[in-house]
Design a protein around this ligand. Structure first.
Ligand code: ZN
Length: 367
């Protein structure tokens, strides 16, 4: 739900969840878990722990996180959430609130919504068509993507890697100025480290959603009738965690233990940590490889006939979320379900947030 019909959401259907990346509920929880893990880590400096604690009301243990995941209804707006976890959903909320008159964000000179993704196909070289292909043949190499905001392709492709750099720098600036969170007498009131930590977490988390790396962000390539294709973006994101019309409890129940196990086992494999532009691209390029698994699973969930390269016939109007999450395929050489892929990508998001919060803190101390 990135390019079109953004304007009606907050006003007309305030209870529906967005599909601008992981849902409001998921962003809040991924960020909060990253903070809880940093606080539990003996290697985290005590002053950093104090900052995180003071900036995050409602910290809890992992069992309480499970109960929250199973039962909490959130919707678009971050009800009952404050501090870093409030700020971590504002990039999406801002986009919904803008309506038709989208204001440009500086220094990018594009509307907020373009800061949440990078459509990799725009950077493929040669005269190949810029489109998504099931065989991933339209995936560029990392060096095909210039670290140059002026390159006109970014206006269409999105600017996620630049925004990650930007938030990281702003977070360090606020930490160095000792503006840790909102305080009486400190102005501007909303300009502080908790704000930029939340923003940074948001974009780092969007980075691991595979559909935020492709021009085919709803996986419509897998449907014969592209116009009537289901919103697979929403299925990957909020449907199983915070759907207006169903709770999908069996999917949530199956998801949670896999996610918690991945929190312990998944490593952040990014080697390049100083160059955040390149690191963000590495995450996008790796996440991109999950798109065939997602597409084929969406075909199964709707009884779309034909092959992934040539879908044929009519798909069902009803999208079976349970079938989608149970569908299996290959991702990075391993056979797994969509549910396992999502758990792994979200655990990776938590790891990215932990790592960059800590890195920013250390860099701020080393004035
Ligand atoms: Zn987003």
């Amino acid at each position: 739900m990135r390019r079109l019909f953004l304007f009606c959401l907050v006003i007309l259907i305030p209870s529906a969840s967005p599909a601008l990346a992981w849902s409001t509920k998921e962003h809040i929880q991924l960020t909060r878990i990253a903070i809880e893990r940093l606080i539990a880590d003996p290697a985290t400096p005590s002053e950093m722990k104090a900052w995180l604690r003071d900036s995050t009301p409602g910290l809890r243990d992992i069992d309480a996180e499970r109960a929250w995941f199973m039962n909490q209804r959130q919707g678009i707006n971050p009800r009952g959430v404050d501090g870093i976890c409030f700020w971590c959903v504002m990039p999406d909320v801002e986009t919904f609130q803008q309506g038709r008159e989208e204001k440009k964000v500086e220094p990018f000179n594009v509307p907020e919504r373009l800061l949440h993704y990078i459509d990799l196909e725009l950077f493929v070289t040669g005269d190949q068509k810029r489109e998504y292909r099931h065989d991933l043949s339209r995936k560029p190499k990392i060096d095909d993507i210039p670290h140059d905001m002026k390159d006109p392709r970014f206006v269409q492709a999105g600017m996620l890697p630049f925004r990650v750099e930007d938030c990281y720098r702003k977070l360090i600036g606020q930490l160095r100025a000792d503006r840790l969170y909102d305080k009486n007498g400190q102005f501007p009131r909303d300009e502080h480290a908790a704000h930029w930590a939340g923003y940074l977490a948001h974009y780092l988390e969007d980075n691991t959603q595979p559909q935020h790396a492709t021009i085919d962000y709803k996986s419509s390539a897998y449907f014969a009738d592209k116009r009537k294709a289901p919103n697979v973006h929403a299925q990957v994101e909020y449907m199983m965690a915070d759907d207006e019309n169903a709770d999908h409890m069996s999917v949530r129940e199956a998801f949670w233990p896999v996610f918690v196990k991945d929190l312990d086992e998944v490593k952040d494999p990014i080697t390049e940590s100083k160059d955040l532009f390149r690191a963000t691209l590495e995450v996008s390029l790796s996440s991109y490889d999950a798109l065939p698994l997602i597409g084929v699973a969406a075909m199964k969930a709707t009884n779309q006939g034909g092959t992934p390269e040539h879908p044929q016939g009519e798909a069902s109007d009803k999208f079976d979320t349970e079938t989608f999450y149970a569908a299996r395929g290959e991702f990075h050489g391993k056979e797994m379900s969509v549910l396992e892929m999502k758990a792994c990508q979200q655990a990776w998001a938590v790891k990215r947030v932990e790592r960059l919060f800590r890195q920013a803190w250390d860099e701020a101390q080393a004035k």
